[in-house]
Design a protein around this ligand. Sequence first.
Ligand code: GDP
Ligand code: MN
Length: 381
Amino acid sequence: MNLHEYQAKRLFAEHGVPIPNGKMASTPTEAREIARELGGRVVVKAQVHTGGRGKAGGIKLANNPNEAEAQAGRILGMDIKGYKVRRVLIDQQAPGIKQEIYLAVLINRAARRPMIMASAAGGMDIEQIAEVSPEKILTVLVEPALGVRGYQTTYLASAMDLPRDLWRDFHKIVASLYECFKANDASLTEINPLVITDDGKLLALDGKMTIDDNALPRQIRLAEMRDVQEEPIAEREARLTGINFIQLDGNIGCMVNGAGLAMTTMDVIKLFGGEPANFLDIGGGAKAEQVTTALRLILSDSKVKAVLVNIFGGITRGDEVARGIIEALAQIDTDVPMIVRLAGTNAKEGMEILAEAEMETAVTLSDAAQKAVAAAQGGNA
Ligand code: GDP
Ligand code: MN
């Protein structure tokens, strides 16, 4: 789950990261009032779940309450990469920016550790820094039992050539950002840019934070911060039905039960030269309702040229899934070819139901994947 900039920065601040004073506004009049309270010189910032807002015109400076009102009027309602701006953050302007730094804590899966990433080439996206000057990205792994150590931040500060008198504050900010990451079960806490101001202080101007969805049951306060209007419709629907769904770039839709089997199915599709259009784990005991929702989610992607259903019956029963598929197809009008493979509990009964309905079936996963790849290619030709 992603948080908005204003939410991320407040959580950072709870752990001691310095951020500008600011408040949220949903109308230009509110923006004006807040700008007045903050002394006039403010920055008006679109709150949407996407980066690059600055370049898209979603971040504007204002030097008095009138300008803040006008800028808020321009930004509210704006469309940024498909996200409609409904609220703006009004922050006090930084006194003047000498340097922009990139700083983040994230999980390094290969090392199975949290990792600090920093770069003196802040301001631009980390992906862009990685492309243009990868040597300017510095990383250190954190040993969870020890936390962030002084020598680590000293290395980062010196490699980035930060002024010596800021090293101490830099250490505090990195340690705070790491504590914030840990305490909130985040998978990412990012400050871009962390700036050095004209009066020689470090200040976090932007904030991005991703929370591990699996931690939300124990992070109630964070779960309540979810902005459902920012979620892609398909993902929201999947979440509410208990389906694990991730959209990908290929053209073979996958409906599978179990995350492991879903991964395997994707691997086998690729093995036979196909590309999966999504990851979808329909969960345990898939009934008609879930099957219908899953199929609708898969087919809502116009790239999908074939659907592969791969269900291993345990608690989930093959005949129930088969009936679910037929019920779903009665509700959804589609001519996308579908290949179904059922194994395990009541697979035979399920296959019979599907055969009666003249559905294409397969016994092994390789066979099913090959049929799906062929069907998807046929669809393209
Ligand atoms: P993003 O484009 O979505 O990453 O949004 P940011 O919050 O990072 O803002 C983009 C850029 O606007 C920053 O890199 C800064 O250069 C600039 N900016 C943001 N806040 C301020 C501020 O308070 N004062 C000034 N002068 N520039 C700011
Ligand atoms: Mn930014």
